[in-house]
Design a binder for this molecule. Sequence first.
Ligand code: AP5
Length: 217
Amino acid sequence: MRIIILGAPGAGKGTVAKLLSGLDGSVQISTGDILRSAVVAGTDLGKEAKGYMDRGDLVPDSLIMSVMEERLQEPDCGRGFILDGFPRTINQADALKGLLEKLRLKLDLVVNLEVPRDVILDRLTTRRTCSNPECQEIYNIKSKPPTADGKCKKCGSPVIQRDDETEEAIIYRLETYNEKTAPLIGLYEKEELLKSFASISSKETVEEIKKRLKSKV
Ligand code: AP5
């Protein structure tokens, strides 16, 4: 499958993308995970991105596009890809369209996860993430807790709260989403690629996405 997952911070994009990638080997590509790994590794990309990320701002389009142009041409993308957190601006969506045309690839679906603001705020303050850059498994102290001593159930690394999980940064991320990313909903609606899901249960959402993809084959 080749799909984009749109949704506000905390809507459950990463959770749904991980479940989908387990279905047919399509690779999950999270620009947030790529950037966090770069910050931990202390690369030039990480150094440039960290300030934007910590205050809840978007990283410049030029940086994101140079990462994604390379990433989408890696061999594992041949099995399909699930774009989690990309594109996030109209400029990124336009650049992605051009890149996919160049690579002669078509998108199957754009999934829009709709979650009420109070649920989002609750999810973000209770989320925890595996600190191992190779794993980055997502936990939630209410709905999906790590081990009793705060370790990742997959790789055993400590599970932590992200640097952009302060109340101030969360509110700024939601405002940035409304201003810069929400306009993509209308854009993909016009292209007849968009399907919105009220994301209450991630597993049910995945079942609905599967049905939708089958009906398009
Ligand atoms: P990114 O990592 O993409 O953050 P985000 O969009 O803010 O999304 P989140 O990861 O916070 O949430 P999610 O929707 O994936 O939800 P999750 O599944 O974790 O980006 C971080 C930063 O990087 C950005 O702020 C920006 O600076 C930069 N960046 C990234 N991409 C960029 C781009 N393209 N352009 C420019 N800058 C970019 O779920 C949240 C919690 O809820 C978890 O605890 C989970 O367990 C729980 N949960 C999920 N689903 C359910 C459910 N159905 N029921 C109960 N709990 C649930």
